[in-house]
Design a protein around this ligand. Sequence first.
Ligand SMILES: [Zn+2]
Ligand SMILES: [Zn+2]
Length: 364
Amino acid sequence: MAKRDYYEVLGVSKTASADDIKKAYRGMARKHHPDVDKTAGAEGRFKEINEAYQVLSDAQKREAYDRFGHAAFQAGGAQGQPGGGFQYQYGPGVSFDFDFGGFRDPFDIFEEFFGSRSPFGRQSRRGPARGQDLHFEITLPFENAAFGVTRNIEIPRRETCSECSGSGAAKGSKPVTCPACRGSGRVSNQTQSIFGAFMTMSPCPTCRGEGTVILKKCPKCKGSGIVRGIKETQIKIPAGVDDGDTIRFQRLGEAGEKGGEYGDLYLTIRVLPHKFLKRAGFDVYYEQPISFTQAALGDVIEVPTLDGKVNLKIPEGIQTGTELRLKERGIVHGQSRGDQYVRVKVVTPKHLSARQKEALEELK
Ligand SMILES: [Zn+2]
Ligand SMILES: [Zn+2]
C-alpha cells in the first residue's frame, strides 16, 4: 500500500510551523484514538498519525522527508535494533533511529486527553503498582561519616500481608472475575463534548480496573493485601558521606498494593559537628595554638586526629597561619582518604618577667 503524504495525514500545509503541526496532531490523535474511534481501521489510522507526527515534529527528520519523501526512510539494508526499531539511512552519511511502533507509548496520550488511564496503558499491562518511596533522616557522629558505619534501623512502613501474600483474599479463596466489567477492568461511557458524542473507556469502579474482586477478604489485612509493620534491617552507610547527602536503599520503602513491588527508602544524612575538627570536602582542619618560643625554635607536639593523638613536628621560624599537613588523616572515601591540616596560631606572650623581656630585647 502506498504511504500517504505525512502532511496530508495531519492535514497541514508543507509550510506549517512546528506549533501548527503539534496542534494538528493533537486534534487528529484525539479524534482517531482507538478508544474513541470505533470504525474499522482506526488503529492503522492512529499509527499513521503518530508516524507522521514523529517525522514532522523532528526538524532533522522533517528536512529529510521534505527532500527525499518517504524514500528518506526506506530501509536501506535495515538492520533490526534491539529496541525493535530500525536504523534508517538517508542522504549522504546521515542516519537516525526510527521506531514506527513505539512513539513513546502512543496510548499515554489517552491519559493526557481524558484524564484516566488507558485500558491498554501501563497500569493494566504491568501488574500491581509499586509501593511508595519513604524519606527519613539519620543523624550520625562525625566519625561515622568519616569512616562509614553499619547501623540497625527500624522502618515503620506498609508491608505485604504475609497471610495472603498481598492478594487480599482469605486463605483457601481466590479473587474472582469482576461481574461488573467481566474481567476487562474497564467500562465504557458516552461523553458529550464540543467534538460531538464519543465513547470513552474508564477503569471499572467495582474492581478499580483490576478485573477481579475478592469475595472472602483476608482477615489480617481486610482485603487490602497490606499491613502496617516495622521493618528491622541493617544498613551500611559508606565512608565519606556528608551532611545533607541522601542515600537510596532499594526496596526498603512501602509495599505496593496487591503484591506490588516495594518502593525505595531515601535516607538523608545529618552529621554532628566535631569538637575540634572542621570538615572541608574530604579534608579536615584543626587550629593549634603554639607559643612564641615554639614558633621561633621549633618543637614536636601532639595533635588530635580522627585516629587519636599523633606527633607533629613544628619547624623553627614558623609563621602564624601556616598550615601543616598530616597526610591521610582526613575523611575516608572509596579507596582513598583526605588529609588533616593543622593551622598554627602563634600566641604572643603577655605577662613577661624582667628576664624574659631582657632576652627579647636582645632579639631586636
Ligand atoms: Zn492479607
Ligand atoms: Zn470490574
